[in-house]
Ligand binder design. Structure first.
Ligand code: ADP
Length: 636
């Protein structure tokens, strides 16, 4: 019996403790605590907003002060009216006083409303500025980050910092509310303290408990609901965008994928709804606790004030005034704490945004002389891979192992091997979309890290097997530049050389035709082969020093492929080129062939040398030659 009683007692004590304790959900969940404190983030938010549009901050200050004044006037009006009646003033005086008060209220209200409108309008500009920062970071972050789930979740979470009334906007608005609360607390508090300072103490203590309850619930929501659901939001977005994306429409219908996609989507949402329910329950409990405390507080104050009227000779007009002042003080106090709780939530959102903007990029180590050179200034380009090994970020397996390879200036290198051998990864390292895990890559004897990455990117013209087209006009999909930096005649020439001109010239707007239907309902899409020709046109237009061709003809028919090879031969004259192809006969025009298997180079030499060596290359070549012979036979 005693043991049972002890258990109940322990549970009750725990419940009381939980009732008042603030939680530290992030720490409990092992999530790194936010990097910047409340004040630090507040200064950051105000500074950033001020830079983007200072009217927003000014408006928030004006609104903060005037809202408090407006409330105080409201509290004093009943007192003034009652005092006029108690003092039996003339009707004339009463009208004059009331008109004066009315005018003051009207002026304060009008200025406040105007400031609110100015604030809303200014916020729009701040928002655009934030989105611009967000987009710039998303566009320029290291390529590898775009497939890092932690980073992708952070991108998703950072959005909250830009929404109105959340993150940065929330921070400034809460700041404005707190300013208003402080004005009220100071003025009302001073008036109340004159009659009894104990009242202030009770109000502060109870408001503090309300703050603690709200704070722990809010932190719980941020960590267990909003953060926890960020990958869920991302997956949801994937399904909704896949459903309306024309690219997937064919497969979804032909393979009858609707049902299982919908089921997967429902499963994701089942998890989401379960989290919503838990979150909702948490908030109902929070409201119940806060209402209980508020009720207790009001009862206590009424008892004190009624006692003063009955025993201390307080006038009715003063009673009404103090009821108003006490109510305002306590509301302002709890409001101030609540605003601090919201601010804490905004702090976490802002922290996500700052973490996103400050995300560690593979910055060159300037002290080691890396990333400093913005001028490559070379005429010849010779690359050398020195003991290069590589694994994708977050993966344990090496995709390339100890690669030693020289691509001589002006030479054509063919890279062959079965799927997954590491050929594309080699080109990604060469173009510095990723940095080697071990070893280094040299350009004319100099570590490529020495060069500024954007400058380095500019020496390559890549043609990939899968290319994405942008919802821009055709010419812009070739020049990849704004109109004033584009030579449209040259884009047309490139289009002719890639063999896509016939198709594009059939459209009314020719080279100005919009691709995709995002901005133009009459926009057009391109087939796989046409996209490859477009990629080829891009490379021709850019006319850069080093060509990287990664299975550039995979989607083309035999005739188009033949024509494309003739163009390649023209294009690569005098240039360094790397050519990946699964069709070995097409690699003959190359000076050297390297064969990859499981991330290693297993054979290296000219076509003739490799055939003579009688190894895997020869074997693969013969199998393919037989296949094409058989195909020819079938056609005949
Ligand atoms: P290939 O071009 O020879 O077909 P890849 O270089 O594309 O081969 O791929 C080599 C290996 O690296 C494969 O096992 C592939 O699954 C893996 N891989 C490719 N891209 C990524 C990536 N972004 N993240 C993780 N692994 C990858």
């Amino acid at each position: 019996m005693k043991v049972k009683e002890g258990m109940y007692m322990k549970k009750i004590l725990e419940a009381i403790k939980n009732f008042f304790s603030a939680s530290h959900e992030r720490e409990r969940k092992g999530i790194q605590a936010t990097k910047h404190g409340m004040f630090n983030n507040f200064v950051y938010a105000v500074k950033l907003t001020w830079q983007l549009n200072n009217q927003f901050i000014i408006a928030m200050i004006v609104v903060g002060v005037l809202s408090a004044l407006y409330m105080l006037i409201g509290i004093y009006i009943p007192k003034i009216v009652l005092a006029l009646v108690e003092n039996k003033v003339t009707t004339d005086t009463m009208i004059k006083v009331l008109v004066a008060v009315g005018i003051i209220i009207l002026v304060v209200k009008l200025i406040n409303t105007k400031a609110q409108y100015v604030g809303e309008y200014a916020w729009d500009k701040v928002y655009k500025g934030l989105v611009s920062k967000y987009l710039r970071k998303s566009f320029t972050t290291d390529f590898k980050n775009m497939e890092n789930p932690d980073f992708l979740d952070l991108i998703e979470r950072s959005k909250h910092a830009m929404y109105n009334y959340q993150g940065i906007s929330g921070y400034c608005r809460r700041g404005s509310n707190i300013l208003s609360n402080i004005v009220l607390v100071v003025i009302a508090g001073a008036a109340i303290a004159v009659i009894n300072p104990l009242i202030i103490l009770v109000l502060v203590v109870i408001s503090y408990f309300i703050y603690k309850i709200l704070d722990s619930t809010m932190e719980w929501t941020k960590v267990n609901f909003r953060d926890a659901m960020s990958s869920n939001f991302r997956k949801n977005y994937y399904f909704s965008s896949t459903a309306r994306d024309f690219k997937y429409a064919k497969d979804i219908r032909l393979f009858k994928m609707q049902d299982f996609i919908e089921q997967t989507w429902k499963d994701i949402n089942t998890v989401y709804y379960a989290a919503c329910k838990k979150n909702h329950r948490k908030w109902v409990m929070c409201e119940a606790k806060m209402s209980f405390l508020r009720l207790f507080q009001n009862l206590l104050l009424y008892v004190v004030l009624i006692y003063m009227v009955l025993n201390k000779g307080m006038s009715i007009s003063d009673f009404v005034l103090y009821i108003g002042l006490v109510a305002s003080f306590s509301t302002a106090m709890t409001d101030m704490f609540c605003n601090m709780v919201w601010m804490n939530m905004n702090r976490m959102e802002l922290d996500d945004f700052r973490t996103f903007l400050d995300w560690n990029e593979d910055k060159p180590d300037i002290e080691k002389g890396q990333g400093v050179s913005k001028n490559i200034g070379l005429k010849q380009f010779e690359f050398k891979f020195e003991n290069v090994s590589f694994k994708y970020p977050g993966h344990e397996k090496y995709v390339l192992k100890n690669i030693n390879l020289t691509i001589e200036a002006g030479s054509k290198l063919a890279v062959v091997g079965i799927n997954g051998a590491g050929k594309t990864t080699l080109t990604k390292l060469l173009m510095r979309l990723y940095e080697p895990t071990e070893g280094r890559i040299l350009l004319n004897g100099v570590d490529v890290k020495k060069y500024d990455r954007d400058t380095y990117f500019k020496i390559f013209s890549p043609v990939f097997q899968n290319i994405e087209i942008f919802a821009f006009p055709v010419w812009q999909n070739i020049s990849m530049k704004p109109e004033n930096e584009t030579d449209k005649n040259r884009t047309m020439e490139a289009l002719e050389r890639s063999g896509l001109d016939e198709k594009i010239n059939k459209y009314e707007n020719k080279i100005d035709t919009m691709l995709l239907r995002i901005f133009d309902p009459n926009g057009v899409d391109l087939s796989g082969g046409e996209r490859q020709r477009l990629a080829m046109a891009r490379a021709l237009y850019q006319n850069r020093e080093v060509l990287v061709l990664d299975e550039p003809t995979a989607a083309l028919d035999a005739l188009a492929e033949d024509r494309m090879y003739q163009e390649f031969n023209q294009m690569v004259k005098g240039k360094t080129a790397i050519f990946i192809s699964h069709r070995l006969s097409s690699t003959r025009f190359c000076d050297k062939i390297v064969m990859f298997e499981d991330g290693r180079i297993i054979e290296e030499g000219t076509h003739e040398q490799l055939i003579k060596a009688n190894g895997k290359y020869r074997n693969m070549f013969q199998v393919q030659a037989q296949y094409y012979k058989d195909k020819e036979g079938e056609v005949c």
